[in-house]
Structures are given as structure tokens and as C-alpha cells.
Design a protein around this ligand. Structure first.
Ligand code: PGA
Length: 255
């Protein structure tokens, strides 16, 4: 079963409004003209969602948010609900390591956010990944399994079918270090087997991404494994030409 390669751009707390518009136009250009076998989702900071949505109008480039509140509405100063994102976004990142480890988000909270995203008809991009000490002590598989279990257990198969999983080893994010291609494939295969137990009819069509210091020079190798369907890209998504080159290399694959 072939899955369309997917590049998700996580701009984090970067870009000004003008840069956001330039990056949106650049992403449009990647998918314009000769249709290529690639999906792109841009995840700008909250204030740029509407202008980026306008810049992407009529293009196949998807729009995602970087986070959301688990609550529907109410006295939650500074938070943004899934319902507020749904008019603009098709996707929401949940469980990014900068939320799990920088803001103390638990597996239980990530699950509530995932439920909120699904409840508003959007698709969660569920981030999972081990800390360096966990990898060094041979716990990667256990950590991944616990994160998948907390996020997905009890969901109907039709909901699991809408989830995108991003494997991001925490020690590889923003560090210039990456997992090996073999490790990325090993974890992705493990995730797919966990999905197969919970949603047998859909496990082969769910996209599993790798993230952590992905750039044009390493994307083809990192996605060479049969279960690695694309990438979640941070810093390398902030340069229009570099991101275009990364997308080309992703589509071309290892040469
Ligand atoms: P990076 O970030 O590509 O800058 O390592 C990836 C991410 O956090 O999603």
C-alpha cells in the first residue's frame, strides 16, 4: 500500500507576518504546475493562521496549528480551543516534545487534546519520542508504546484512521543530530504494528513521519525505510528555497 509522502512544516515561534506569507507562497509554488506526489502541511504560529489560510486559498497545501487547548471554551486565558482552529485548520500538532517537556504536558493531557482535535473534524499530528537517557537505557520501544497507548486506546478505528503519527526522538530536535535511518524505520514499523492492533483496516494507510533535525541533505536517507512516510520539519522549514529542496529530495527518495 503506497502512502503519499508528507512534509509538515512546524514554524514554532518563528516568522514575522511578511515571512509567513512568503513561506506560504513558496509552499504553494512547490505543489503548483506539474503535480507532484507530495502533501504539505504548514503549521504557523497562531496569529498567522488566518493570513496564511488566505495566502493558501485554493491551493492543496494544508494548514495546521501547533497546539490547542483540550477545553471547548471558558475561562482559560491565553489558550486556543480546537473549535476556534477548525474554521482555518485541517490539522493540529499534539504532544510535541516542546509541549511535553517544556510545558509538562502529560500523556493524559495529550490524549484530551487529541480527542478535542478529532471532535472538531481536524486531524491530529501526534508526536511521540524518547529522551536520550531512555534510548541509552534501551527503553525506546517501551516509551513509544506507552505514548501510543495513552493517545489511542479506546478510540474507534475510524478516528485512529485520521491520526498522523510523528516519531521525533527528543534528543534529535533542534540539535543537528538525527536518528539513524534504521532506527527511524524500526520505530515507525513498531508504531505501525501498534496501529494494526487498534485499527487493523487502516494501519497500512496511516502516515508515520520522522522528525528531528531533518534537512534537504538527510531527508531521503531518513525516509528510505518502508514505514517512514514523510517528515516533521522545524528549522529547515523556515527557508523557502531550503524547504523546497527538502520537498524535492523527499519525493525523489534515496538515489
Ligand atoms: P527541527 O525540529 O527540525 O528543528 O529539529 C523538528 C520539530 O520539532 O518538529
Amino acid at each position: 500500500m503506497s502512502r503519499t509522502p508528507l512534509a509538515v512544516a512546524n514554524w514554532k515561534m518563528n516568522t514575522d507576518l511578511e515571512t509567513a506569507r512568503v513561506l506560504a507562497q513558496a509552499a504553494r509554488d512547490i505543489l503548483a504546475g506539474n503535480p507532484i506526489d507530495l502533501d504539505i502541511v504548514l503549521c504557523p504560529p497562531f496569529p498567522w493562521l488566518v493570513p496564511v489560510a488566505e495566502a493558501l486559498d485554493g491551493s492543496p497545501v494544508g494548514l495546521g496549528a501547533q497546539d490547542c487547548s483540550p477545553e471547548r471554551d471558558g475561562a482559560f486565558t491565553g489558550d486556543v480551543s480546537a473549535a476556534m482552529l477548525a474554521p482555518w485548520c485541517g490539522f493540529v500538532i499534539v504532544g510535541h516534545s516542546e509541549r511535553r517537556h517544556g510545558h509538562g504536558e502529560t500523556d493524559a493531557l495529550v490524549r484530551r487534546k487529541l480527542d478535542a482535535v478529532l471532535g472538531e473534524g481536524m486531524r491530529p499530528i501526534l508526536c511521540i519520542g524518547e529522551l536520550e537517557a531512555e534510548r541509552e537505557s534501551g527503553q525506546t520501544g517501551t516509551v513509544i508504546e506507552a505514548q501510543v497507548q495513552a493517545a489511542l486506546d479506546g478510540l474507534p478505528e475510524s478516528a485512529i484512521a485520521r491520526v498522523i503519527v510523528a516519531y521525533e526522538p527528543v534528543w534529535a530536535i533542534g540539535t543537528g543530530r538525527t536518528a539513524t535511518a534504521a532506527d527511524a524505520q524500526e520505530v515507525a514499523a513498531r508504531v505501525r504494528s501498534l496501529l494494526a492492533v487498534r485499527a487493523p483496516a487502516h494501519a497500512e494507510t496511516i502516515s508515520i513521519l520522522y522528525g528531528g533535525s531533518v534537512k534537504a541533505e538527510n531527508v531521503a536517507a531518513l525516509t528510505a525505510g518502508p514505514d517512514v512516510d514523510g517528515v516533521l520539519v522545524g528549522s529547515a522549514s523556515l527557508d523557502p528555497a531550503g524547504f523546497a529542496a527538502l520537498c524535492r529530495e523527499l519525493v525523489a527518495g534515496p538515489g
